[in-house]
Ligand binder design. Structure first.
Ligand code: HEC
Length: 183
């Protein structure tokens, strides 16, 4: 009888042992592959992030305009196209002729190198009147590209010139008309 019990206990113990062993092996296999998978995807994510960051950084450096870069770009800009664009997009609010006359917006007849927000008979928003700078090519570029981003709180309700070609043609026209009106 005790022999039978021993056999039974042995069988049960073996079964339990086998079960534990299979759990252990399974866990080992599963866990191993899982860890390496996680490591691999982490490495991929890390690399892509790094790559993206450096691409963005480079693009920002390439795209960052400055006064000289804009001067260079203006060489290929078209005055006639600029005039057409301005007539269509700006002249409902701005006047471009001498003597200085304001409409909804201030006169742009002498805009280049004029102090920002400085015509005494025009009521500017604080966004412009508080700026301590002048309308050089760079400031015109940045303002006209995204007025509300460059001059937060401006009352110019124009969304900006998204096409670079139009932006440069417009600046060329503003430069030209200012030079003409000031001589
Ligand atoms: C819907 C009317 C409107 C349109 C369209 C518009 N503007 Fe303006 N603009 C304004 C107003 C209003 C101001 C004054 C903004 C302020 O005080 O914040 C302004 C200000 C400006 C100034 C600053 C002038 C200064 O004396 O400091 C420039 C430069 C300018 N606009 C250029 C343009 C150009 C170029 C276009 C066309 C591409 C244009 N704007 C289209 C209404 C307009």
């Amino acid at each position: 009888m005790s022999f039978e019990i021993n056999k039974l206990t042995c069988a049960i113990l073996s079964a339990i042992l086998l079960y534990l062993l299979s759990l252990f092996v399974g866990e080992l296999l599963y866990h191993k592959s899982d860890v390496s998978k996680v490591k691999l995807s982490y490495a991929i994510v890390e690399n892509t992030n790094e790559a993206n960051e450096s691409i963005v950084e480079k693009q920002e450096i390439i795209n960052l305009p400055d006064e000289d870069k804009i001067k260079d770009m203006l060489q290929n800009a078209r005055l006639d196209e600029g005039e057409k664009f301005v007539k269509k997009n700006c002249s409902s609010c701005h006047d471009f002729n001498m003597p200085i006359k304001n409409k909804i917006g201030p006169s742009l007849a002498t805009i280049l190198n004029r102090k920002i927000g400085s015509l005494s008979d025009y009521k500017y928003s604080k966004a412009l009147s508080k700026m301590d700078d002048k309308w050089n090519l760079l400031n015109l570029y940045l303002f006209l590209e995204k007025p509300k981003v460059w001059a937060i709180g401006t009352k110019m309700s124009y969304r900006g010139i998204s096409k670079k070609e139009n932006l440069l043609n417009t600046i060329k026209y503003l430069e030209n008309i200012s030079n003409k009106n000031e001589n």
